[in-house]
Design a protein around this ligand. Structure first.
Ligand code: NAD
Length: 257
């Protein structure tokens, strides 16, 4: 399939899943806008290297997804988009009594409110063009919970609700809005949780991976960023024209348990 002529914005895409999704969209021919809150030489080099590798336009636009005005400015600076992937996200693990208020606010802002702002900013252009795809990277934690992840679980359940609402608001036009719910994917975000989990459970790195993280993932394998990128590309295809307002799990069976 080709996404030539389409522009995709992927929030939080200088590493992990966002980068993997951006690469698959570029491979499928889309022009890509990479984003994060940093503005380093490496960020711009990532864009230049991806452009050279796939022969498509790749831009890097700095914007902090914890700030509503910057979320909207990202869409404006990109000149609108045909495909919007809301992926930026952070995590913090603590019992609710000790959960830092600043962390709660940041997680709700980055993992949930940013999507409200980018979708609001991108939809008018999609309606004008008569085609659009919104894909929100939620989580298995958008459908089920785990202890100590109150803000993350709340934000991810919130984004599933937002996905349904936007799916309904765009149901009669050729725009779809869906959420992908990954299980565990080995990215920097997950990597950063391992030391805490080792302390909490008094386990080795290997034990944490097998017995804690992949405990709920029946396949006993991490999902890959390429698989998530492929799922986004599928949602952008004509085969997915009638898939809207719903979730697709890429979780090795986690939510079937
Ligand atoms: P990651 O840490 O590798 O990537 C997060 C990205 O978000 C980075 O590019 C980072 O720069 C960006 N980001 C963070 N704060 C930002 C801000 N204020 N403004 C702009 N960008 C910001 O993590 P990841 O694992 O690739 O996670 C990506 C998304 O996938 C998140 O929404 C996460 O919740 C979700 N997810 C991850 C997993 C997993 O197992 N890795 C599972 C389910 C869902």
């Amino acid at each position: 399939m080709t996404l030539a002529g389409k522009t995709a914005i992927i929030t939080g895409s200088n590493s992990g899943i966002g980068l993997g999704v951006a690469r698959e969209l570029a491979r499928a021919g889309a022009s890509v806008v990479l984003n994060s809150f940093t503005d380093s030489d490496e960020d711009h080099k990532l864009a230049a290297d991806m452009a050279a590798e796939f022969g498509v336009q790749v831009r890097y636009i700095q914007a902090d997804m914890s700030k509503g005005d910057q979320c909207r400015a990202l869409v404006e600076k990109a000149g609108g988009c045909d495909i919007l992937v809301n992926n930026a996200g952070i995590q913090h693990v603590a019992p609710i009594e000790d959960f830092p208020v600043a962390k709660w606010d940041a997680i709700i802002a980055i993992n949930l409110s940013s999507a409200f702002h980018t979708i609001a900013a991108a939809l008018p252009g999609m309606r004008e063009k008569g085609w659009g795809r919104v894909v929100n990277i939620a989580s298995a934690h958008g459908l089920t919970a785990s202890p100590f992840k109150s803000a993350y679980v709340a934000a991810k359940h919130g984004i599933v609700g937002l996905t349904k609402t936007v799916g309904l608001e765009t149901a009669e036009v050729p725009i779809t809005c869906n959420a992908i719910c990954p299980g565990y994917v080995l990215t920097p975000l997950v990597e950063a949780q391992i030391p805490d989990q080792m302390k909490t459970h008094n386990m080795s790195r290997e034990e944490v991976i097998k017995e804690v993280m992949l405990d709920r993932q029946p396949s006993k394998q991490f999902a890959t960023v390429e698989q998530l990128g492929g799922t986004v590309v599928f949602l952008c295809s004509a085969a997915a024209d009638q898939i809207t307002g719903t979730t697709i799990s890429v979780d090795g069976g986690w939510t079937a348990l």
